[in-house]
Write a protein that binds this ligand. Sequence first.
Ligand SMILES: Nc1nc2c(ncn2[C@@H]2O[C@H](COP(=O)(O)OP(=O)(O)OP(=O)(O)O)[C@@H](O)[C@H]2O)c(=O)[nH]1
Ligand SMILES: [Mg+2]
Ligand SMILES: [Zn+2]
Length: 357
Amino acid sequence: MKHFEHEEDFHSKDRKQFRKQRKLAQKTDRSQFKKSDQDSPIEKPMEGLQRGRVIAISGEGASVDFGDKISLCSLKGLMKKKISKVKNIIAVGDWVKVSDEGGAIAQVEPRFSHLSRSDISGRKEQLIAVNIDQAIIIASIGSPPLKPALIDRYLIAANKGAMHPLIILNKIDLFETSSEDEKLRYREFISAYEPLGIPIVSVSTHTRIGIEALSHLLQGKTSVFAGQSGVGKSSLLNACFGLKLKTGDLAIKTTKGSHTTTTATLIPLPGGGYCVDTPGIRSFGVWKLCVSDLKAHFREITAVGENCRYRNCAHQEEPACAVLKALATGEISTLRYESYQHLVQEIKNTSKYTTWR
Ligand SMILES: Nc1nc2c(ncn2[C@@H]2O[C@H](COP(=O)(O)OP(=O)(O)OP(=O)(O)O)[C@@H](O)[C@H]2O)c(=O)[nH]1
Ligand SMILES: [Mg+2]
Ligand SMILES: [Zn+2]
């Protein structure tokens, strides 16, 4: 099966093919491919179809697990029928119905959860994995450095997609030899994020600290591993379940990490449950990020902000700003404040008509 270097390559190929099909079809039937026809790809039930689960997607189609066999199925049937707001109309974790002849996917079942992001253009939603119980957000305390702002993005996306989030901080074995700055950042992170009520587990595949606890959290559930390239997602799955997933060698590459896992794959776990190992991504834009997402996610900032002098206070340099005061006393964490300001700016850059109250 041909694998693309990045998932974007595959989906942009998809889009080109689809545009061609739409042009051709519009000549004969203008109703079928209307741009407004962009809802979910779910259809009325059809007879004579086999049900299976999408475990991986490549340039040639989707690998579908039918229980007794795994087959490569085409997306052609779906592409001909529907245009979708999402960039990829099916995703890893989808339950699909496939026609016996030709192995084309005819239907996609309703999803109970999804993890998605904005595609590179910012105009389409890109599904990472669907029908997943929990999003395991993985970061490392060093190599690559801890990025709280990226973790906040994943937390917001998990919440929007109805997945339970968990934070895993890998490479805790590096703590002793870390710089004072890195140590401080790690401690600050724990004290700022623990009060949010999201489980945080510090682990190491090298010393096996926390590996048993992580295995326990994954057992019997369906999870998606998300996080920057090089944080150790594949290494952690190997350490927890004795798998042999390909991992990158940071020692001979850069400390930024290079993409070792190139396509998202749903992996059955020994003892029950599934996990999607995903390729690390460079940037993660939350799809349809809005003011209410920020209010819900940065509750401590929203609550304190009620006491600012101005109702539309941006908490930047305004007089009598309660948030800046709380920041100075340490009541609000600098990491959370910086992350909040980043995301506010992102909303302002992408939407013209944002109102803050
Ligand atoms: N020091 C240290 N290094 C680790 C640990 N876990 C993984 N690594 C190293 O981190 C590097 C990257 O690991 P991977 O498992 O390939 O990372 P990944 O997140 O799957 O990366 P992508 O597939 O590119 O997204 C490898 O060199 C691992 O040996 C750890 O606990 N401590
Ligand atoms: Mg990997
Ligand atoms: Zn303020």
